[in-house]
Ligand binder design. Structure first.
Ligand SMILES: NC(=O)c1ccc[n+]([C@@H]2O[C@H](COP(=O)([O-])OP(=O)(O)OC[C@H]3O[C@@H](n4cnc5c(N)ncnc54)[C@H](OP(=O)(O)O)[C@@H]3O)[C@@H](O)[C@H]2O)c1
Length: 345
């Protein structure tokens, strides 16, 4: 084992269902990395929509409180456990953790980390870890939209949405992106045609733009609007549902809206209508770890390479130090930002 000089970590704890101001900081002792593991110094992590749901107890399979949130991380390996190549020390890597990344240091399975190309800053890389893989897999693995196609991306200003728009444009796909009016210039700069999701005539406007229907709709909102997303598809079109943002503030069971959504998608899928409806789940296939990791590594490597060569422009809404995670979460929840709120040491 390569010895570490790091003996403790500072972490942000979500103690229960609290406002962002209820997040707590704690310091804990860190054991050295065990076999197959690395100790990472966090260089950047970020706020995902998941933390907005977790602090309300509304994320589908969140751990019991208290826990350390943080869906993904970019960091530098500072120590390796037995069985891990000691040459990894000093390398910058990225990983998707679901929870635990809002920490100064964290222990990770070495098989879960993916190298970050030289020349990419940690904050820039952070914007495309979970967001980049999600966008890439939905576009190229789930919807499989071809060059020349047209898609609708809901929330084109968001972390996933802004990456999805850029990946689609790079693949020669026309994009219509929904966003509030304040973000239309940003969405236009990403290469999409913006439409205002607050406009009561939203769907009529989209139909005016693409009267024959679109090849895919990417919908993380769910709720009543899902039916409209489905209706925008042409024959052969694909609905990719990947969230239930609309129900975040509803009281009750956190799994019910998702189960209802699955039932609806299954019903639509079984109708003889020439369209298909999928739920994208980042963690699908996790029970076969080798295949899951290989796919994640391949896709994240592709997205990081596009960032390194300038095809993707990192969308950073703001940067906060770790001890201001509460302010970072509050800003992400303000519904005023474009891109990702990044947390740095
Ligand atoms: N299924 C999966 O495996 C998977 C993986 C990753 C992410 N996701 C989902 O992807 C979505 C985006 O995540 P993110 O981290 O990119 O979030 P984000 O950066 O906070 O962006 C959220 C986007 O959704 C919009 N939005 C927020 N609340 C909304 C509501 N109630 N109704 C309509 N639009 C709303 C926002 O618009 P404003 O800025 O105007 O509020 C923004 O465009 C989330 O729903 C998340 O759960 C799913």
């Amino acid at each position: 084992m390569n010895t570490t000089v790091v003996t403790h970590a500072t972490e942000v704890v979500l103690p229960g269902e609290v406002e962002p101001s209820g997040l707590r900081l704690r310091t804990r002792d860190l054991p050295p990395p065990s076999a197959g593991h690395v100790l990472l110094r966090m260089d950047a992590t970020g706020v995902s929509f998941a933390e907005q749901q977790m602090r309300r107890g509304k994320y589908y399979d969140q751990p019991p409180f208290p826990f350390v949130p943080g869906y993904d991380v970019v960091g530098t390996v500072v120590a390796t456990g037995p069985g891990v190549d000691p040459a990894m020390v000093g390398r910058r890597v990225a990983a998707v953790t679901k929870t635990g990344a809002w920490a100064s240091h964290l222990l990770l399975d070495a098989a879960d980390v993916v190298p970050v190309p030289d020349g990419v800053t940690a904050a820039d890389a952070e914007t495309v870890v979970v967001n980049g893989v999600t966008a890439w897999q939905m576009l190229h693995r789930t919807a499989k939209v071809r060059r020349g196609g047209t898609i609708v991306v809901l929330g084109a200003n968001g972390g996933v949405g802004s990456t999805l728009v850029q990946l689609a444009r790079h693949a020669g796909i026309t994009v219509i992106g929904t966003a509030s009016a304040r973000h239309h210039d940003t969405v236009r700069a990403l290469g999409a045609t913006p439409v205002d999701y607050r406009d009561p005539e939203l769907y009529r406007r989209i139909r005016e733009l693409v009267p024959d229907g679109v090849d895919a709709v990417f919908d993380h909102v769910g709720g009543a609007g899902l039916e409209q997303s489905w209706s925008l598809l042409r024959r052969g079109g694909v609905l990719v549902s990947y969230g239930t943002a609309a129900t975040k503030d509803e009281a009750g069971n956190s799994q019910l809206p998702v189960l209802k959504l699955f039932a609806r998608l299954a019903l639509w899928n079984n109708l003889p209508n020439g369209r298909s409806a999928h739920f994208y789940n980042f963690w699908a296939g996790k029970r076969r770890p080798a295949a899951f990791r290989a796919r994640l590594r391949e896709d994240l490597t592709q997205v990081l390479a596009l960032l390194a060569d300038g095809t993707l422009a990192a969308q950073i809404a703001a940067e906060f130090p770790l001890d201001e995670a509460a302010a970072a979460l509050a800003l992400a929840e303000s519904r005023t930002v474009a891109g990702k709120v990044v947390i740095v040491p």
